[in-house]
Design a binder for this molecule. Sequence first.
Ligand code: PRX
Length: 654
Amino acid sequence: MTEQLDTLLNEARRFPPSPEFAARAQATAATYAEARADRLRFWADRAAELEWSTPWHTVLEWDPPHAKWFTGGTLNASVNCLDRHARGAKRNQAALLWEGEPGDRRVITYWELFREVGRAANALRALGVQRGDRVAIYLPMIPEAAIAMLACARIGAIHSVVFGGFSPESLSDRINDSKVKVLITADAGYRRGQVIPLKRNSDKALETTPSIEHVVVVQRRPGSSGDEAFAEMREGRDHWWHRLMQDAPLSCEPETMDAEDVLFILYTSGTTGKPKGIVHTTGGYLTGVAATTRMVFDLKDEDVFWCTADIGWVTGHSYLVYGPLANGATCMMYEGAPDWPEKDRFWDICERHGVTILYTAPTAIRAFMKWGDEYPAKHDLSRLRLLGSVGEPINPEAWMWYREHIGGNRCPIVDTWWQTETGAIVISPLPGITSTKPGSATKALPGHSADLLDSLGKRIDVGGGLLALTKPFPSMLRTIWGDDARYVETYFSKWPGRPDLYFPGDGAKRDSDGYFWILGRVDDVLNVAGHRIGTMEVESALVEHPAVAEAAVVGKSHELKGQAIAAFVTLRDKSKQSPALRDELKEFVAKKIGALARPDDILFSADLPKTRSGKIMRRLLRDIAEGRALGDVTTLADPNVVASLRDQYEDKEG
Ligand code: PRX
C-alpha cells in the first residue's frame, strides 16, 4: 500500500473542465455553496424535484445510526420514473435503446415502458403479489429486467435482483433469506455466444426454496416456446411472461408508498460467509439517485446515457434504471460481452446509438487497453461528451488511456466512489467544476460529507487512513434485511462512542488539495473485476468439498481484474493433492457461488500460518501471494509453515 500511496502522491497532472463544458453544466459552484449553507434544505430541494402524493413533514429523523428521510411523505417510484414522462412531452422519447448480444434490437419509448410496466404490475398482482412481498429477479440484461423492477415498485413489492452469473445455490440462499414469493427469470440468456440456462439454474435453486409460490419465465430464445430443453414448465407454478402479459390490463393503479417503505433488497458480500441483504427505501433512495445522475453525469435531454453495469449490481439499479429514468433520460442497455462478436462491440454500440455519456468499470477499461487502440479507433466516438468510472480504484494509466482513446482528450472523466450500501454516488468530481487528477475520485458531492480518520477516530489531514462518511444522506442503506444488529456492527461501530460515523470498509489517501484517492478495502472483502466477494464466502465454499480440511483465501493484485483470488487449502488427506484436484476445487467454487468467485490460484499446504491463539494470519498469506517480503512473523505458532508455503508458491509460479 505504501508503494501505491507514493505513486499516487506523485501524480501531478490536472484536468480542469473546458470553459464550453462549464458554461452549460447542470451543477455549478453554487450547488456546493447551497449544500454547505443548509444541507437538509439542499436535500429537501432535491426531493421536491420528484413527484410526491403527500408532502413530507420532517426532512430527517436521525437517531444514530438509524436515519429516516422525508417522513410523512408518500410517493411511488414507478410513477416518478414513468408516468411523469409518459404523460408529458417525453411520451414518444426512447426510454430504453436495447441491444441483445446476438444483435437483436428494441427501442422502448416512455409511453411503451409505462404500458409494459402497468401490465407486468397487474400480472404480478394477479399472481397474488401484495405490497411488502418479496419478488426475486434473475434475468439477463433484457428490457424485462427493468420492467420487472418497476412493476414491483408500482405495486409496492420489494424486488431482490440476483445477478444472472450467480449459481443456483447463491440464488436459493438469497430467496430464502428474505422469503421470496415470486421469482422472475428467463429460459436463457446470452453471454459471449453461450446460452446461459437461467430457468434450469432456477429449477435447481427452487428445490430448496419453500417460500416460492410462482415462477414467471421470460422467453429470451426466439422461437423456443415449448423448447423443453431450456424451460421445463411446472404446471401451476410456472408461467410464461408473455402469456401473463397478454391477459393483463395495461392500466395499473400505483400503490402509494411511504418515503421509508422498502423499495428493494440487494445482496452484497461482507466479511462473513453469507451475503447481506442491503435495504433501500423509496423516497431517500430515489432522491439520491435522481440528483446524482443529473449532477454527476450532467444529464441533458439530448443525451444517450449508457451505464454498462449489469442490473444485478447496484450500479445497474441506480444508473441504468432508477436514476436516469427518474430524470426522463434515454438509456442504452446491452445484454452481452464487450468482445462479442469482436473486441469493438462497445464502440460499435456507441457509434450506432450516438451514446453521449459512457459509464463503465476500470476492469473493462484495462481490458480495452490490452486489446489495443485500434478497436476504438475504428469508430466515430465524437458524440461522447462525458466518461465515468466506477467499482474499483482506477489506475492513472487506465484513466489517461480512457481519456485519450475513448474521450478524444475532450470528455471530462468522473471517477465515482460509492457502494451498494450508499445507493448513490458519494465521492466524485462534478464535471463542470472540478479539476480532475487521474486516479482520484476527488471530493464528496454536495450534500455529502466524507473524512479521513485513523483507527482511533483522529482526523488525518493529508496522508493515508480510513474513509468515513460523517453525515447521514437520503440514499444510505437503512438496515440489513433481518439483521439490524449486523447493520450497527458492520457500519457504525468502527469508532467507539461515535455511532454517527459510517465506515465503508475502504482505505484512502487525502492529498494537500483535499482530494481523496481510494485505495480499496481494508476488511476481508475482495474486489475482483469490480465485483465484491467475501474471502469467507469462498472459504466456506471450499471447505464444503469433501477433500478439504481448511482453507484461507486472500486477494492478490491482478493486471486486469484489479484483484484476483488466491486460496490456501489444507487437505484431509495430503496424498490426494494433484493438479486435477486443484482444477476440481476451482470449478467447485465456481459452481457453488458463481464463475466470478473462481479462484485464480489454489495452493495446497500442510498447514496454515496461525497465531498461537489459532487465528489464520492472512496478512502473511497476502505477502506470500503477492511475492512480497514477509512481514512480522514473531506471533506465529510455527514459523516454519510460512517458509514452506512460500517455497511452494514460488515453485508453482515458476
Ligand atoms: O472498495 C470500494 C469499491 O467498491 C466497493 C463497493 O462495491 P459495491 O458495493 O459492489 O459497489 C460497486 C459500485 C458502486 C467500495 O467499498 N469502489 C467503488 N467505486 C470505487 C471504488 N474504489 C475506488 N474508486 C471507485 N470509484
